[in-house]
Ligand binder design. Structure first.
Ligand code: SAH
Length: 352
C-alpha cells in the first residue's frame, strides 16, 4: 500500500492539485482543507467537508504527522517542553518560551544529529533520519493548537531552528518548510521572526543566501580560533574559521540581516579573558551579535559551565572591545529545557 500523503508538506498549488486531481473535488475544497490543516485539525473535525470526503481523506492522507505525546511546563517561567511522536514511532522534542516579543518555538529538523559536537546531547546516538517539511511544520501546528487550547489569543510568533539536528544537513526539507510556514494562506509567520542555527556548513550557507529567505542566521561558533573549535566541533575540521566567517559575511551582505554568533561557554575550554579578546578581534567590523550561553551540562559529556562570575567577566570584556553581546537567559531549567535531553531521558527510562 502506498504511503499516505502528508498534506502539511504541500504548498497551495500542490494541495489544489491533490484535491482536484486525486480526490476529484472542487478547488474551493482545497481552501477549506488548507485552513483546517493550519489549525491542526484532524479530518474528523473538518465539519464543513462531507462525511464521505473526510473518510476518503483519512484513507489516503495524513493531516498532521506530528503528535504531542507529552508536555512539561516549567513552574519557573512558563516555558513548556514537548515530546512529539512521529508516525514511525520516532520521538523528537521541542520547547516554547514566553518572551516579551512573543511566544518562541524551538523546532527540530532531524531525528538525532550526525555533527558530533562534544557538548551536545542530540548527537550522542547519531542521526536516525531527516524530518520531512511536513514534520517540521507539524511541530509548529501542533504547538499552536496546544497553546491555543489554553488561551485562544496565544500563538507561535517566532521560530528558532535550534532543536535537534543540523538544518543544513537536511537542506531541501528545511527550505521547503520555511516557504510553507511563511505562506500567506498558511501560518503566515514572517521570515523576520525566524532564526536558523547552523554549525557552519559553508557551501550551504552560501547556497541559502540565494534562496530569497532572509531569516536571521545564527552561527554556532563556540570558540575564538580553530584549535579550540576543532576540539568542540568536528565540523571545524572540514570548514575552518576563516571560511565560515566569509560565508556568514556573504549571507549578511546578500540578505541585509545581522548575523548572530552562538558561543557556549565551557569551563576550562573557551571562556578565559584572552579568548574574549581573540573573539573580539575576529569579529571586528562585523555587523553581528554574540549570544553567550553558559553550557547546559550534559552528564554523558565531561563538560560544564563556568561560574556566573566568569560568564559576566567574559561578557564585560567583549563589550569593552566593542562587541554587541548578551548572556542568554536560562529558561525551563526544571524541565530538561536544553535540546536533546528530554528525548534521551525518555528513551533511557522506557528502554527495557
Ligand atoms: N545544528 C545546529 C542547530 C541545533 S543546536 C547548530 O549547531 O547550530 C542549537 C544550538 O544549541 C547550537 O548553538 C548548539 O551548539 C547549542 N547547544 C547544543 N548543546 C548545547 C549545550 N549542552 N549547552 C549549550 N548550548 C548547546
Amino acid at each position: 500500500m502506498a504511503d499516505r500523503v502528508e498534506l502539511l508538506g504541500l504548498n497551495s498549488a500542490e494541495l489544489e492539485g491533490f484535491v482536484t486531481q486525486t480526490l476529484g473535488e472542487s478547488r474551493f475544497r482545497a481552501k477549506q482543507l488548507s485552513q483546517w490543516l493550519s489549525r491542526g485539525a484532524e479530518f474528523a473535525e473538518m465539519t464543513n467537508l462531507s462525511a464521505a470526503l473526510r473518510g476518503k481523506l483519512a484513507e489516503v492522507a495524513v493531516a498532521n504527522p506530528v503528535r504531542i505525546r507529552e508536555s512539561f511546563r516549567s513552574k519557573l517561567d512558563g516555558t513548556e517542553k514537548f515530546l512529539y511522536e512521529l508516525r514511525d514511532g520516532n520521538l523528537i522534542e521541542g520547547v516554547i518560551m514566553r518572551y516579551h516579543y512573543g511566544d518562541t518555538l524551538c523546532v527540530s529538523t532531524q531525528v538525532g544529529c550526525r555533527m558530533g559536537c562534544a557538548f551536545c546531547a542530540s548527537t550522542l546516538e547519531g542521526r536516525v533520519r531527516n524530518l520531512s517539511a511536513g514534520e517540521i511544520l507539524g511541530q509548529v501546528v501542533a504547538a499552536n493548537r496546544h497553546i491555543r487550547g489554553e488561551d485562544e489569543g496565544r500563538r507561535v510568533h517566532n521560530i528558532v531552528l535550534m532543536g535537534s539536528g543540523e538544518p543544513f544537513d537536511n537542506y531541501d526539507n528545511v527550505v521547503r518548510f520555511l516557504r510553507l510556514v511563511n505562506a500567506p494562506e498558511g501560518l503566515n509567520i514572517s521570515l523576520r521572526n525566524i532564526s536558523l542555527s547552523t554549525c557552519g556548513l559553508t557551501e550551504r550557507i552560501r547556497q541559502f543566501a540565494g534562496e530569497g529567505l532572509p531569516v536571521t542566521l545564527s552561527l554556532s561558533l563556540h570558540a575564538p580560533n580553530d584549535e579550540i573549535r576543532r576540539k568542540l566541533m568536528p565540523v571545524a575540521q572540514a570548514h575552518p574559521y576563516g571560511e565560515v566567517m566569509d560565508a556568514v559575511r556573504h549571507y549578511v551582505e546578500v540578505t541585509g540581516r545581522r548575523a548572530v554568533f552562538e558561543y557556549a561557554l565551557v569551563k576550562g575550554v573557551n571562556c578565559e579573558l584572552r579568548h574574549a579578546d581573540e573573539l573580539a578581534s575576529r569579529l571586528r567590523g562585523f555587523q553581528s551579535h554574540v549570544n553567550l550561553i553558559p553550557l547546559n551540562d550534559v552528564k554523558e559529556r565531561n563538560l560544564c559551565a563556568p561560574s556566573r562570575r566568569e560568564v559576566q567577566a567574559f561578557l564585560q570584556r567583549l563589550e569593552q572591545r566593542g562587541v554587541s553581546a548578551t548572556v542568554r537567559r536560562e529558561m525551563g531549567a526544571d524541565i530538561d529545557g536544553a535540546c536533546g535531553q528530554l528525548r534521551r531521558r525518555y528513551l533511557a527510562e522506557k528502554r527495557p
